[in-house]
Design a protein around this ligand. Structure first.
Ligand code: FAD
Length: 267
């Protein structure tokens, strides 16, 4: 396979990059979904719900925002219960030539770059997307009001859960995530709890994967945020390291908000 050398970007671990998010969206819409030749019934509904959450909540540059909104409207207005994936792809590629729509088909990882090409990348960007969605839902509680998706904190998590279970290419990951969702997702009642639920589960995944082959030695799997990123998030109780969840929430809101996104295109 092609060997891609480690590229030294001017990258900061406390920032997010649109190049990662747009590369991730490209992969999701043009590669991952393409494994489904046609979409129908519950699968189609899962896609609609996830695209609705993306269109309403993801802070993105205007051409991407317009693409997501057009895709959402098109899926919502479909009179059919089965569509070929090809039709989704045509829209993503803007075959209709609607002005102002564009999503790169070029992958460029910055914050999600792995030290080897098979490490990090897409799955990293997917986690980032998910965290951003939960944080934005808390900041814009009215954003999903007219979508029929129901209560915002549950709607966002359930849309993520549906996507992972139905479409995420790593089946084993999907099964693990579904297990965690079945156990405790229903107990989430507020936007803040949704943000913290996803953070907690992501740390569980990190600890399960620590030391495995999929771990990038340059990005060790450790409880996150580390003390250097957020000293206030950590406290010591009886000599043991524990979390100050109030501080973690503040940190997550800062880290995963639109204002922390650096606009660097993937194209
Ligand atoms: P990632 O874990 O991908 O995290 C991306 C970035 O998010 C990090 O660089 C960091 O900045 C930030 N971050 C880290 N921890 C947290 C946290 N707790 N809360 C908020 N932000 C955080 N791989 C497997 O091999 N087996 C699995 O079962 C598996 N399950 C997965 C389930 C899901 C839903 C997803 C999206 C991915 C899963 N993966 C699994 C992939 C794996 O979690 C990593 O994405 C991959 O190993 C790349 O790791 P990374 O170093 O880029 O960091």
């Amino acid at each position: 396979s092609e060997v891609v050398a480690w590229r030294e970007f001017d990258r900061q671990v406390w920032k997010l990059y649109t190049a990662d998010l747009e590369s991730g969206l490209h992969y999701l819409l043009r590669v991952e979904l393409a494994a489904h030749r046609s979409l129908a019934g519950a699968e189609l509904k899962t896609l609609k719900d996830f695209v609705t959450v993306l269109a309403k909540l993801l802070p993105s540059r205007p051409p991407v925002r317009k693409l997501l909104e057009t895709l959402r409207e098109w899926l919502a207005s479909l009179p059919l219960d089965r569509i070929p994936y090809r039709a989704v792809l045509d829209l993503v590629n803007n075959k209709m030539r609607i002005s102002g729509i564009f999503l790169t088909s070029h992958i460029k990882w910055i914050g999600c770059q792995g030290s080897r090409p098979e490490l990090r990348g897409y799955t990293c960007s997917l986690w980032q997307l998910f965290h951003i969605l939960t944080v934005e839902a808390g900041m814009h509680p009215e954003a999903l009001a007219d979508t029929g998706l129901g209560d915002a904190p549950q709607a966002v998590l359930q849309a993520i859960r549906g996507y992972v279970r139905t479409f995420f290419g790593c089946r084993e990951c999907g099964e693990h995530f579904e297990e965690m969702a079945r156990e405790s997702m229903a107990a989430v009642e507020t936007p803040d709890q949704a943000v913290l639920w996803l953070w907690r589960k992501h740390n569980l995944v990190n600890s399960r994967l620590a030391g495995q082959l999929s771990e990038d030695p340059k990005f060790p799997k450790v409880p996150w945020p580390t003390p250097d990123l957020c000293p206030a998030c950590h406290e010591e109780t009886n000599g043991l390291d524990s979390w100050d969840e109030g501080q973690v929430l503040l940190f997550l809101r800062r880290h995963y908000c639109a204002g922390n996104l650096v606009h660097t295109g993937a194209a």
